[in-house]
Design a protein around this ligand. Structure first.
Ligand code: IMP
Length: 208
């Protein structure tokens, strides 16, 4: 029987190789948007990570006619009522760099005593007709007072993880993957992937 195809709703080479590696021992052919022609971009305008991940996965699945995996993630700061949240990538403006976003957040946190913050990640797998599975994980830490560390991306330099006494930007990739929101959500998906493949078989046989 030919392998089932699962499409990753991303063109980001880092994400593509991470998911391919994660699911390499399963009987599934992983493709990504790189393997298809241009398709209309999906607007990430939901109020939650779950809404955005589902919208990306389902819209892409409908367009391509294959099951699609999408993820959405970001940082929620307790004292800011959950900001930057779903706006994490664009916190300091549409064209903001990671540095712009970090500086804006440090400014917003000046004098704030409650520094608690959580990274959240939702991974969603949807079939063209609509049904979907979601995996959600969080990593809890604190916003420090100035950037520390030069690895990683996004808010890594200002997110301090007390159990390892390091910011995400001071961790190796392996250290970060063991504790991060994305690493834990991906591990959950991998641990259940046999069941996911069965679920896909059932859903896709209902589509015809
Ligand atoms: P996306 O889910 O890849 O679209 O990520 C949204 C935004 O959330 C990124 O642009 C980062 O600003 C932030 N973000 C998500 N995950 C991380 C992380 O592991 N470290 C630092 N920033 C992150």
């Amino acid at each position: 029987m030919p392998k089932r195809i699962l499409v990753l709703a991303t063109r980001n080479p880092g994400k593509i190789s991470e998911f391919k590696e994660l699911l390499s021992s399963f009987s599934v052919e992983i493709k990504s948007l790189q393997d298809f022609g241009p398709i209309p971009p999906v607007k990430e305008d939901g109020d939650t990570f779950e809404e955005n991940a589902y919208k990306k996965a389902h819209t892409t699945a409908k367009i391509l006619g294959f099951p699609v995996l999408a993820d959405d993630s970001g940082l929620e700061v307790q004292a800011l009522g959950g900001l930057p949240g779903v706006r994490s990538a664009r916190y300091a403006g549409e064209k903001a760099t990671d540095r712009d976003n970090n500086l804006k957040l440090l400014e917003a946190m000046k004098g704030v005593v409650d520094r608690r913050a959580s990274f959240r990640c939702v991974i969603c797998i949807a079939v063209p007709r609509g049904p979907a599975l979601t995996y959600e994980e969080a990593c809890h830490g604190e916003i420090i007072h100035e950037m520390e560390g030069d690895r990683g991306f996004g808010y890594d330099p200002i997110f301090y993880y007390p159990p390892l006494k390091k910011t995400f930007a001071q961790m190796t990739v392996e250290e970060k993957n063991r504790v991060s929101h994305r690493g834990k959500a991906a591990a959950q998906l991998r641990d259940e992937f046999d069941k996911v493949l069965l679920w896909l078989e059932q859903r896709l046989s209902e589509e015809v």
